[in-house]
Design a binder for this molecule. Structure first.
Ligand SMILES: Cc1cc2nc3c(=O)[nH]c(=O)nc-3n(C[C@H](O)[C@H](O)[C@H](O)COP(=O)(O)OP(=O)(O)OC[C@H]3O[C@@H](n4cnc5c(N)ncnc54)[C@H](O)[C@@H]3O)c2cc1C
Length: 373
């Protein structure tokens, strides 16, 4: 029986645990998750990588496979539409030339990314018809395969499936010693055949006893959740996500709930306090899209910490000189999209399963986990 530990229970760790639960006969899994500041639970939930203009081809490959993996997991586990909903995404632009350029980009990517579904150009009126709770719109591009997920519910769903098979969850903050073993929250040494570290923005701290320089920095993200007074009720759940030019993203959920966000605050470290200035800014952005809203519509503020590397690219794989330790992190602002495939691949590496195309998806791990001189 192989003993595997996962440190970190965000989207990467929980997806990894889910895939490891499919080989229950051979593996016993322990997940250590501290929980505080988790990016996955705070995230906006947009899955729509296909219109991104990021030039990093490896990131794009990871993201398109990630969107497909998420779709597959949702199907396999009968995920309800309040957890994963492929209700489409709309990206709008001020002028028609930019809309045409986005449309051409989407069409050119369609052949290798069937998950994106249909691609349709929309006028401003058509955008409003798709999302009737908004008052103002620009023309844009609709991608029917775009989706939204509730990160908190997704993580709980997958962890609960795995717990019924071979997963034990321990709510502790743990570290790794120089010998490559876990020191648990009680100070005891725990031995595992494989340790999979998915601690997001805390990766540097988790690996601090090992002889590495870890390239990761925290970024604070805040968003607000509004409850709109609308006649549409449950129907809002199936309305597409709106990514409007120059404004914050607008993500409709059930019963008139809408998430507006998110911020990218680079100078706040691991701070999790709400900021009134930022909340006002998010609300003002919402007011540019929907009339007659005020701070009374705000029902929640969510805050989490993203993990960024110096070149904004995610990383995953075995740590140099420690064959038993795997890492996956640096997912930045698109980790709900790239996290599912990363979690799946980490489970495969832990089980000794080879994949051919890994170098299409990542840069060398030594770029991010560098040996000290
Ligand atoms: C406000 C906001 C909005 C976002 N919106 C989107 C979006 O719309 N679409 C998208 O694709 N992405 C989005 N993201 C990005 C995405 O949420 C993250 O990239 C992704 O969730 C990171 O997942 P992770 O598993 O690497 O880390 P996390 O989800 O941060 O999980 C890491 C876990 O490890 C735990 N941990 C840390 N150290 C230890 C330790 N020593 N011992 C035990 N446990 C430990 C933490 O407590 C945490 O629970 C958003 C992020 C934020 C903050």
């Amino acid at each position: 029986m192989k003993k595997v530990a996962i440190i970190g229970g965000g989207i990467v760790g929980s997806t990894c645990a889910y895939y490891l639960s499919k080989v229950s006969d051979d593996v016993q899994v322990t997940m250590y998750d501290y929980g505080v500041g988790q990016a996955t639970k705070a995230a906006a939930g947009i899955i729509s990588p296909w219109l991104s203009k990021r030039r990093n081809k490896k990131w794009y490959n990871l993201a398109r496979y990630g969107a497909k993996t998420l779709f597959d997991i949702a199907q396999e586990t009968n995920m309800s539409s309040d957890i994963y909903n492929q209700s489409g995404t709309i990206v709008t632009r001020d002028n028609i030339e930019d809309v045409n350029e986005l449309y051409d980009l989407a069409v050119s990517r369609h052949a290798e990314a069937k998950t994106m579904g249909q691609v349709i150009k929309l006028t401003d009126d058509e955008v409003k018809q798709c999302i009737p709770i908004i008052s103002h719109a620009l023309p844009g591009v609709f991608v029917s395969g775009g989706a939204k997920i509730d990160g908190d519910k997704y993580v709980n769903k997958l962890i609960n499936i795995a717990k019924k098979v071979n997963l034990n969850v321990v709510s502790q903050r743990v570290s790794i010693n120089i010998d490559g073993n876990i020191i648990d929250g009680n100070g005891n040494v725990q031995h595992y055949d494989k340790i999979i570290v998915t601690t997001g923005a805390w990766m540097k701290e988790t690996l601090s006893n090992l002889p590495f320089e870890v390239d990761v920095r925290p970024q604070k993200g805040q968003l607000i959740e509004l409850s709109l007074n609308t006649d549409y009720n449950q129907e809002t759940q199936d309305m597409p996500v709106l990514m409007p030019e120059g404004e914050r993203d607008f993500i409709p959920f059930s019963n008139g709930r809408v998430i507006i966000g998110a911020t990218h605050e680079n100078d706040k470290g691991f701070d999790l306090e709400p900021s009134h200035e930022i909340i006002d800014d998010l609300l003002n952005s919402a007011k540019n899209v929907v009339d007659n809203i005020s701070e009374e519509n705000i029902i929640k503020v969510k805050i989490g910490t993203r993990a960024y590397t110096s070149d904004f690219a995610p990383y995953f794989g075995s740590v140099p000189d420690y064959d038993n330790i795997l890492v996956g992190g640096g997912l930045g602002s698109s980790g709900l999209t790239t996290g599912p495939i990363m979690g799946k691949i980490l489970s495969e590496i832990a089980l000794g399963i080879n994949r051919d195309n890994l170098e299409e998806l990542r840069k060398p791990i030594n770029n991010y986990i560098k040996k000290n001189n």
